[in-house]
Design a binder for this molecule. Sequence first.
Ligand code: ATP
Ligand code: ZN
Length: 284
Amino acid sequence: MLRIAIQKSGRLSDDSIKLFKECGIQFDSSSSGKLKSISANFPAEFLFLRDDDIPGYVEDGVADLGIVGENVYTETGRQVTVVHKLGFSKCRLSLAIPRGTQWNGVEDLQGRGVATSYPRILGNYLKENGVEADIHEISGSVEIAPSIGLADAVCDIVSSGSTLLSNGLKEVEVIYRSEAILIAAPNLSDEKALLLDKIMFRIKAVQAAQNHKYILLNCPADAVDKIMQYIPGMKAPTVLPLVTEGWVSLHSVINENDFWTNIEKIREAGAEGILVIPIEKMIR
Ligand code: ATP
Ligand code: ZN
């Protein structure tokens, strides 16, 4: 049985649970006090933990797999395998300073105090830039440090920037970008590696589906060749005759990103009655 560590409650939890459920792996994630849950239909047990503890548990083999932010993976420096990027919980680690202060570059931090929960990532960044600063490690509410005189700058997680703003700070430098990743213990047994392959197959099908849409449209039969250029589909589009003489229905798959770029060209080529429908799973 695979033991999979996910965050108990926080910014990774909902999407981690959703990912496994979309992969058809059922487990009880409802009761908040719960620490473990065994899947009813896949040989896996889920462990609900604090995110900071997950890389350590995976390194020690207490858990076989885990989902964490890349920021936590890098900061903890644990010897685990990064299996796959998951595309959610995107955020950045940035330097910020009081709003009225001038900023010329990271060299401004020479000899200054910087408060952070990420001493390792910040330390590496300063070192790469040849800057020596005092790193004050604090575990939470880093953004208040300048206003209480604890530091001249902060290095903290930013997504929208509103927390910085409400504390009178401005973001001046992005030093690290992060998203959720799937990590694995370094020496999985063959049985467990096989289960991981199965999970990866499903994750890729779910991710591919999220980036694609099923598209149906009507067009004159002689417009098919032109329209096909924009929606080639997985192998080729399906073309079905309409009852109306000389017209067909064309079915295909389109990349979400290409949709708005190509929609005008598809219409100009003669398409009408265009329907775009979400895909649940996609296996190439
Ligand atoms: P825990 O109680 O488990 O230690 P935490 O408070 O340390 O939780 P969260 O705030 O839930 O952690 O963030 C978990 C991870 O989500 C972060 O390590 C980061 O990778 C990502 N993250 C943090 N802030 C944001 C945000 N505003 N938007 C998206 N992702 C974020
Ligand atoms: Zn945490």
